[in-house]
Design a protein around this ligand. Structure first.
Ligand SMILES: Cc1cc2nc3c(=O)[nH]c(=O)nc-3n(C[C@H](O)[C@H](O)[C@H](O)COP(=O)(O)O)c2cc1C
Length: 260
């Protein structure tokens, strides 16, 4: 019988886990956490999600390569130079699950139109909710994990690796494993926006500049504590300041999504 920690305690203890002990996840635990994912709510009972469990080490390595946004040649050269780039945890985690938006089954069963942008929202929301059930269940059992959005650096290659048909799109991965709590990178929790910035009542409240500056300072202190010269503003600018995976619409269209 598995021993699961209380829900709120589990959720409040969350931090992304990027270093693992190497111990495998038992079949019993894996089944329990996947069942927890399966039980999640789903838009219009559409169940527009699939999970691909990636166990092949060569595929794990390919996903690691995708995470550093380099060509295969550049990556091979970096390896030859002794550099270990990218998200090593994609290789070292006990389980690597890829969550996909999936309208394939709907096309198999019925004559349907799934190229509406709304269907893309449905699929992405369904997959994210299922993944969070999986992660929360895993964390409640003492496991840890980290999401991997970096597979979208080369979403076409990620699709190819998993042999995804049309109407299926890989959205993000989830690394899972037994946390190595001796590792510093697993020990701290990143400060979140305070509740009174996050939540407003009846009408949307624009955050005040002072609240944002105060939070930005908190994040700076967190990063300084980790020896990094970074704050939330810089992180936002690094992510949203330039092109944001501009190939995405074309890829989604080719997979039969978001055409209108
Ligand atoms: C959809 C999604 C994609 C993510 N992709 C990555 C990723 O590619 N690499 C990574 O190291 N962390 C990734 N993360 C983890 C976030 O960086 C992390 O959740 C965030 O910084 C907050 O830290 P915490 O989870 O430790 O509280 C991702 C998180 C989400 C929700």
């Amino acid at each position: 019988m598995l021993n699961s920690a209380p829900t709120i305690e589990t959720l409040l203890n969350h931090r992304s886990i990027r270093k693992y002990t190497g111990e495998p996840i038992s079949e019993e635990m894996l089944t329990a956490i996947l069942e927890a994912g399966r039980a999640v709510s789903t838009s219009s009972f559409l169940q527009a999600t699939s999970i691909v469990r990636v166990s092949d080490p060569a595929k794990r390595t390919a996903f690691r390569q995708i995470s550093c946004d380099m060509t295969a040649d550049e990556y091979a050269q970096a390896q030859a130079d002794g550099k270990r780039l990218g998200h090593g945890y994609v290789e070292s985690c006990a389980e690597y699950l890829v969550f996909c938006m999936d309208a394939k089954r709907h096309h198999q069963l019925a004559d349907v139109n799934t190229d509406w942008t709304e269907v893309t929202l449905i699929g992405a929301i369904d997959a994210a909710l299922m993944a969070q059930n999986v992660l929360a269940a895993a964390e409640s059992l003492g496991l840890g994990g980290v999401y991997i959005g970096s597979l979208r650096n080369d979403i076409a290659r990620a699709s190819e690796l998993l042999e995804l048909p049309k109407h299926v799109v890989p959205l993000f991965g989830l690394c899972l494993g037994h946390p190595d709590m001796t590792s510093k990178i697993n020990q701290s929790q990143r400060p979140r926006l305070p509740l009174d910035v996050l939540v407003s009542t009846d009408t949307y409240k624009v955050a005040s500049e002072s609240d944002l500056a105060e939070y930005n300072e908190k994040v700076r202190e967190y990063y300084n504590g980790r020896g990094l010269d970074l704050d939330w503003k810089a992180q936002i600018a690094a992510t949203f300041g330039g092109d944001v995976r501009p190939f995405m619409l074309e890829y989604l269209n080719a997979q039969g999504f978001a055409k209108r």
